[in-house]
Write a protein that binds this ligand. Structure first.
Ligand code: MTE
Length: 314
């Protein structure tokens, strides 16, 4: 099989074109240095404290690939609120205060409520090993701990007007250096169609590798949709709104022609600036793996998109 060098444009990562053109010298150096440090395992270890969690083994079948080393999954991150280079979240995110923490749930629901993180952690949690695929064409295999998002939704009883779910991440300039810049339109927002959100694979995630989430991975609570590009997985969520209209997301605001609302992993639809046909399963340096449609979860989720043109709804 041919081996493809990672096709992403140098240093731009998933930054919008206008932004990266201005910043490319800085980012190129930082990203390459960061990637090399992370890949040889010598990056600074995760700094934010984590605690062991109680959970059962989930029924979702784990991918055949080996689980990514925790050291790598917690030091090679995208979390722009803490910087655009891969090693910056692990270095900078310990300033984020994750207790006390509440998630406000509202919009088109019969029972809006604010739920504290302790109440979420006290619910029945399970571990699920998911294959994760970033839009930048790298992937990892991560054991998450959490629950189906539908369990949380059941608590607030969405009405028939709830057609989409909008997730809002925390944005605190004093704790998050990236929020003091204009690299994205803060707060980070993401969204799912209601049937995607209620799909049993959509995971309200509170931990990884058996412990609470490190800050750089989105503590204390994030969303994980394994058949979509990683940018759908909003970190450090403070608000969840059930809404009637498709929400505009932070990445759509940054570049709607590059980061679509659906963002389903799809080797047949390239990103305008690079191919999605292959990926590198970290820590591999070469993009030698073929990308699987829906990231390998097609048997479970393809029916959600029956009749839709996924090249238009990318
Ligand atoms: N959530 C917020 N709030 N800010 C971000 O910059 N980056 C996204 C997503 N969630 C991001 C975010 C992207 S591009 C990816 S690939 C994943 O988080 C990375 O998750 P990980 O660092 O835990 O692997």
């Amino acid at each position: 099989m041919p081996r493809y060098l990672f096709p992403t444009p140098k240093g731009s990562e998933i930054t919008p074109r206008e932004v990266y053109l201005n910043r490319r010298h800085f980012i190129a150096g930082a990203t390459i240095a960061g990637a090399l440090l992370a890949l040889d395992g010598s990056a600074k270890a995760a700094t934010s404290p984590t605690e062991p969690l109680k959970f059962s083994q989930g029924s979702v079948k784990a991918p055949s690939d080996k689980t990514t080393a925790r050291e790598l999954a917690t030091t090679y991150n995208n979390y722009y609120e803490f910087g655009t280079a891969k090693t910056e979240p692990a270095r900078n995110a310990s300033t984020l205060k994750v207790r006390p923490w509440t998630v406000e749930i509202g919009g088109e629901v019969a029972k809006p409520r604010t739920i504290g993180i302790e109440d979420l952690l006290a619910m029945d949690l399970e571990e699920r090993v998911y294959r994760m695929r970033c839009v930048e064409a790298w992937s990892m295999v991560i054991p998450w701990v959490g629950m189906s998002f539908s369990k949380l939704a059941a608590l607030v009883e969405p009405t028939s007007k709830a057609k989409y779910v909008k997730f809002t991440s925390v944005a605190r300039p004093e704790e998050m250096p990236g929020v003091r810049t204009r690299i994205l339109d803060w707060p980070y927002t993401e969204g799912l169609r209601i049937d995607e959100a209620m799909h049993p694979l959509t995971f309200l995630t509170l931990g990884m590798y058996g412990e609470t989430l490190p800050n750089q991975n989105g503590a204390p609570v994030r969303i994980v949709t394994p058949w979509k590009y990683g940018f759908k997985n909003a970190k450090s969520i403070v608000r969840i709104d059930f809404v009637e209209q498709q929400p505009r997301t932070a990445w759509m605001t940054a570049g709607a022609n590059e980061y679509g609302f659906y963002a389903n992993v799809n080797p047949e639809v390239d990103h305008p600036r690079w191919s999605q046909k292959h990926e590198r399963l970290l820590p591999a340096f070469f993009a030698s793996r073929e990308t699987e449609k829906f990231n390998g979860y097609g048997a479970e989720v393809a029916s959600l998109y029956a009749g839709m043109d996924l090249a238009v709804n990318f």
